[in-house]
Design a binder for this molecule. Structure first.
Ligand code: MG
Length: 488
């Protein structure tokens, strides 16, 4: 089976049409491409994964995947916030490209556009079975839910677990939310089964459904997208995990998420799929440190969720797949969440989406066949302002405002948030990973080169550096940009 898989990959790399992907065919057992399982945590920081530098949490199961797989140390998500980060992962595009740069509130008129092809839709055409479990947050109208974007089944929440009618002052329940928001619906296999479900019930339900999905589809290639609702606030741990870490509720909850990963991987192994599955574990954005002891940590990085410092967008990322991915490796190759789609596409032998995407195929790096593909620049946007550009070791912040934490909250209540400005600043991420010392004056040629990349990005995505602080107001359901520039 592995030989056949390698043959398909080689054929794809050589661009040999006779070996190329065939869409919509039934897949025989002997040429089955690998399953894919994406674990996507919510607001889990670099410092919340045990095997990463500066971590304060224990994650033995995720650490085991890292030891047996590939651990990345320069993996970036497409946005430091939930909705756009998910859009980038599932479509292979910068959120700006697909007009989804902002977090969607309940009832939002905006959603992932149906013309965008998700990983699930791409793999369905290749004959995969597909399942989504957990948080969606790419549109909550019936026509925008996961089952309209390539997933056969879905169990989970349509958006964040704090988007419900409880408010900051609800101390008894330790909850946050907005009294004007509707009750939070929990979907289970196509039906709303509860409103405002107990937070501690979510991870156990997701785990149960994930294991069922693996067992149900063990004989056919599948794609499982397991997007945990936590550790996003309001945090919770089920009774079996409460107090287990000895280090507070947040660490208990991380242990429970880690245990869930372990259970799903155990199900893969128990069903004989260890050699036939590729797993990715990562997070959508950095921790929401405004919540103090109810938030994670960023390890060595500056900033957090909602900022374009490294702490907002550089995420832990671990690929595991003993049948395909050589283990015991750590790489600082710059890879992004947008690269996941084209990488899976190549490995699965699927057809590429029709519309242009931003991601790069990194399958050679994953499979241990060579270096990954390089990009001249990576762009940090939030929400629809270009805030920074990275090229190699250099990162240039364009002048912008960003939020800060003036005083961290306690016990589930948000702390005090502030605003600060950053001037045009060049940081050397190799010698100054914490983005502390502006060396722009010493390297004017580097500044000019990165400004050139910024100008290119603005031309592609329509950003203007003069729009500081705040988001652009758009009409409801704007026309989708069907004609897009080719930028690669
Ligand atoms: Mg998030």
């Amino acid at each position: 089976m592995r030989w056949t898989f390698g043959f398909l990959v080689l054929g794809g790399l050589l661009g040999c049409s006779s070996l190329g992907p065939v869409a919509g065919v039934s897949l025989e057992e002997e040429n089955r491409p690998p399953n894919f399982v994406l674990f996507f945590a919510d607001d889990m920081g670099w410092g919340d994964v045990g095997c990463y530098e500066g971590s304060r949490c224990r994650t033995p199961h995720v650490d085991r995947l890292a030891a047996e797989g590939l651990r990345l140390t320069s993996f970036y998500v497409g946005s430091p916030a939930c909705s756009p980060s998910r859009a980038a992962l599932l479509t292979g595009c910068y959120p700006q490209r697909i007009s989804l740069p902002e977090v969607l509130n309940p009832g939002s008129q905006r959603a992932l556009h149906p013309a965008e092809e998700t990983i699930a839709e791409m793999l369905q055409k290749r004959g995969y079975r597909t399942g989504a479990i957990g948080k969606w947050h790419l549109g909550d109208a019936p026509e925008d839910l996961p089952t309209q974007h390539g997933f056969e089944t879905w169990t989970g929440l349509p958006y964040s677990n704090d988007m419900w009618p409880f408010h900051y002052g609800d101390h008894d329940r330790g909850l946050i939310g907005n009294p004007n928001w509707p009750d939070l619906p929990l979907y289970d296999r196509g039906q709303v089964v509860a409103y405002n479900p107990p937070q501690e019930s979510l991870t156990p339900l997701y785990t149960k459904r994930a294991i069922e999905f693996v067992e149900q589809h063990r004989r056919e290639p599948f794609f499982l997208y397991l997007a945990y609702s936590h550790p996003h606030v309001p945090i919770a741990a089920s009774p079996a995990f409460r107090g287990r870490s000895g280090d507070g509720l947040y660490a208990d909850m991380i242990l429970e998420i880690d245990d869930s990963v372990g259970q799903v991987v155990e199900a893969l192994e128990a069903n004989g799929l260890r050699e036939d599955t590729i797993v990715l574990f990562t997070s959508d954005n950095g921790p929401w440190t405004r919540f103090g002891d109810h938030a994670g940590t960023t390890g060595p990085w500056r900033g957090d969720k909602g900022t374009c410092f490294e702490g907002g967008m550089r995420m832990p990322a671990i690929f595991w797949g003993p049948g395909h991915i050589p283990g015991g490796r750590v790489s600082d190759h710059l890879m992004t969440a947008m690269d996941v789609l084209p990488t899976i596409q190549r490995v699965a032998g699927a057809l590429r989406p029709a519309l242009p995407i931003d991601g790069l195929d990194q399958s050679r790096l994953l499979l241990g066949k060579g270096p990954g593909r390089e990009r001249e620049a990576f762009y940090y946007y939030y929400p629809d302002e270009l805030h920074a550009v990275r090229s190699g070791r250099w990162k240039l912040h364009l002048p912008h405002e960003h939020r800060t934490v003036v005083e961290a909250g306690q016990g589930g209540l948000p702390g005090k948030q502030g605003r600060a400005s950053i001037e045009l600043s060049l940081f050397d991420l190799e010698s100054d990973p914490g983005e502390t010392t502006n060396v722009a004056a010493a390297h004017p040629e580097v500044v000019e080169r990165l400004l050139g990349h910024a100008r290119n990005a603005r031309a592609w995505f329509g950003d203007a550096l003069t729009r500081h602080g705040g988001t652009q107001v758009r009409p409801a359901k704007p026309p989708h940009p069907m004609i897009r520039s080719s930028d690669r």
